[in-house]
Design a protein around this ligand. Structure first.
Ligand code: ZN
Length: 239
């Protein structure tokens, strides 16, 4: 699904990952769940592209619902997979994420679990090799992704700013649809290691000139990033 020219979404509002298309090839942000390979092929086909056009996968963090097909793309197609050095061990499956606290609604939890099951979420394939990246780096990939550290959800959570599509990809540093409650709108994300640190990290977003925020879960959001950060802090304070 095309969100805007040069920016395609694969997956759904439950779990999504994204393709940024440039004349130099494609940069993929996150890698969904293991069962997303046919969805990726279908989207690339609709774009008149193929897997060989993907120059790199940039992970917003190392959680299992963001790395699904990354190892397959790396091992079968030689595509490098980038992750922040503080989440490299997580992406390799050497440390596990925390179980979520906070509010849950059974219907939403079951919807997330059913979708993850359908897309093979139970058979996580961890990375065996990654390219480590750090805060402030601009990667030599199509669209020149800029890495902004947003620790909190996980130690190596990042935002990826893609100037060519005026978009910042935030992974689970925030969400527009809580997978555990189904509640939509800008808000802190569940499954977060350190919620207070995650809220503080949002300051780093304010200096980015993008007008579209794309989270790993939930619809894209358009507007002022400063307003978005304010809305999330308000939502957090109301909990
Ligand atoms: Zn996630």
């Amino acid at each position: 699904m095309q969100l805007t020219p040069g920016l395609h979404r694969v997956g759904s509002d439950i779990v999504a990952f994204h393709l940024i298309e440039t004349p130099a090839g494609i940069t993929m942000i996150d890698a969904g769940l293991p069962g997303h390979m046919p969805d990726l092929r279908a989207e690339l086909g609709a774009m008149g592209r193929s897997i060989s056009d993907i120059r790199g996968v940039v992970l917003t963090h190392g959680d299992s619902d963001h790395i699904g097909i990354a190892e397959r793309l790396r091992s079968d197609h030689g595509i490098p997979v980038y992750v922040h050095s503080a989440d490299a061990a997580r992406a390799r499956g050497e440390v596990t994420a925390h179980a979520p606290g906070g509010p849950k609604r059974l219907g939403a939890v079951l919807g997330f679990a059913a979708y993850a099951l359908r897309k093979g979420g139970v058979k996580t394939k961890h990375l065996t090799a990654v390219v480590e990246m750090n805060d402030g780096e601009t990667l030599a990939l199509p669209g020149s992704p800029q890495i902004i550290g947003l620790p909190g959800h996980s130690p190596g959570s990042v935002a990826v700013f893609m100037p060519t599509v005026d978009t910042v990809f935030v992974g689970d540093a925030l969400t527009t649809r809580n997978v555990l409650t189904g509640v939509t709108g800008l808000q802190p994300a569940p499954f977060t290691d350190d919620p207070a640190e995650a809220l503080r990290s949002l300051d780093a977003l304010s200096s980015i000139g993008a007008h579209r925020i794309v989270p790993g879960h939930g619809p894209a959001w358009s507007g002022s990033i400063v307003d978005a950060v304010q809305q999330i802090r308000t939502a957090a304070a109301q909990r």
